[in-house]
Design a protein around this ligand. Sequence first.
Ligand SMILES: NC(=O)C1=CN([C@@H]2O[C@H](COP(=O)(O)OP(=O)(O)OC[C@H]3O[C@@H](n4cnc5c(N)ncnc54)[C@H](O)[C@@H]3O)[C@@H](O)[C@H]2O)[C@@H](O)CC1
Ligand SMILES: Nc1ncnc2c1ncn2[C@@H]1O[C@H](COP(=O)(O)OP(=O)(O)O)[C@@H](O)[C@H]1O
Ligand SMILES: [K+]
Length: 498
Amino acid sequence: MKLLEKSQIRSWDLDTIDHQNISSFDLMLRAASVFSNWFQSLFFDKTRTIHVFCGMGNNGGDGFCIASLLAKAGYEVNVYLFQFNNRFSDDNLSRQKEVESFDKFEKFTPFPLEQKDLIIDALLGSGINGPLKGEYLKLVSWLNALPNKIISIDIPSGMDPDQPTSGSFVHADHVLSFEIPKISFFLNENSDYIKNWDYRSIHLNPGFVEDLKVMNYLIDYDLVKSILRQRKATENKKDFGFAQFCGGSPGMLGSVILASKAAMRCGLGRLAVSTPSIYHSSLFSSCPEAMAQADLPKNVSNLVDFQLVNEHVDAIAIGPGLSSAKESVRYIDEFLKANKKPAVLDADALNIISRNKWQPRIGAYSIISPHKEEFERLFGTCDSHYSRIQKQIEKSKELNIFIILKGAHTTISSPDGSCYYNNTGNVGMGTAGSGDVLTGMLLSFLAQGYTPLETCILAVYLHGSAGDSAAFKYGNIALIASDIIEFIPSVIKNINGK
Ligand SMILES: NC(=O)C1=CN([C@@H]2O[C@H](COP(=O)(O)OP(=O)(O)OC[C@H]3O[C@@H](n4cnc5c(N)ncnc54)[C@H](O)[C@@H]3O)[C@@H](O)[C@H]2O)[C@@H](O)CC1
Ligand SMILES: Nc1ncnc2c1ncn2[C@@H]1O[C@H](COP(=O)(O)OP(=O)(O)O)[C@@H](O)[C@H]1O
Ligand SMILES: [K+]
């Protein structure tokens, strides 16, 4: 799904008004009716009074229309207009007559509310143009300190739709965004303050967005479904890719097993594993589908094993559990020189690359999957999650590689400067080996012939979805990396139908 910046959302509204030959008031009515239906499905208990806090722009206009619809639906509704200056939007002024009466505040003074009552926040929408000050700031600080549930129309008032907010904004319990979610819903800076968000279509003109160039995307079910291929009945394992996984070192076998199983569960045809020979028998007992082909990293000095296997494979993943031992450093050096295949680099491969400043040697269109610390070792420290994403995009363009910055709301950046936000996954996945599962999934899709971007999208989304199913079964405290693998089959089957 394309994610639009606020100026693009504004243009989309105007284009719809023009294209569908409607007034901006018609569009506001549509938005109000969509919000009111959504609200009633969530808060059906009509014994709680609803307090609608309206500002002076079109978000406030939505508030008046919604108050009227909810009153007609049988809710007890109180409306307040906060008129801190004289800059009303036309639709706001004309919509004030939708409600029988409202209280007007030219200066904010606190007033009592019952704890069980609900607050609808219609103070400011996507027209925000700077940090909240003065009376707005007092009002929002008061709202945030109340125990009442707050439900925001379109966006929490004061929140910047495109980037972290410099200042205060409403801490919403629920938000219903019109047409598409806002980019800022996916920024970790906002995660603690926007508990539940959803979006509903208000039937903006789809033609406008089809042709629109955007730099930000949300990875959603439809996108993943459109990428995941159906198999033909006559295909065989040779059609599903041959992958090579290089990882593990004395004491670190787990990553090899987790990545191997995850790779096979994502539909890989054949897997060759290069890992220390002492582990070959354990690998066979845990993942008999894999072939152990090399003794790593002991006998890589002449790279015979590596090249023999590499010549025949469709994709390679390197790094998990490799350690930073001398032999591993040499192995990565040789790999960067010799490898000609699509590649996924993770964990110790990235640590070795950072330490030796080999970033420019990473092959074009490779995929790297650092978590925050690995990312900062590679590219330097950043003072916020948002600035880290900006650097991620810059480095993807500069090095011509795909970067997966792992964490809550994993982002994928592509060499063309675009950024894909993921919204699957949960805090239970912060557990040893969870990243190794992702590496195996990436390897699998890359070897099956998906492009590097398709590979990143599929693996990141499915990894998070499998993690969500695992958290549903085991809870986010008990969840371990193997549980994610347990749910890969069902999440793929749910999407692909097979
Ligand atoms: N026709 C349309 O364009 C539609 C707009 N809709 C609603 O309209 C909203 C956008 O409306 P507007 O563009 O009028 O924007 P707002 O309702 O956010 O109001 C913006 C106005 O608030 C003031 N303002 C901005 N930043 C401020 C700050 N930091 N402190 C104090 N005042 C500030 C400015 O006077 C600005 O013009 C959307 O969020 C959505 O709720 C929906 O009704 C759908 C249709
Ligand atoms: N709070 C979170 N919300 C969603 N996903 C998370 C969260 N914490 C971690 N993850 C995911 O779990 C995985 C952890 O990977 P990583 O840090 O490399 O672990 P390891 O190195 O132990 O395998 C990543 O895919 C990351 O996106
Ligand atoms: K709002």
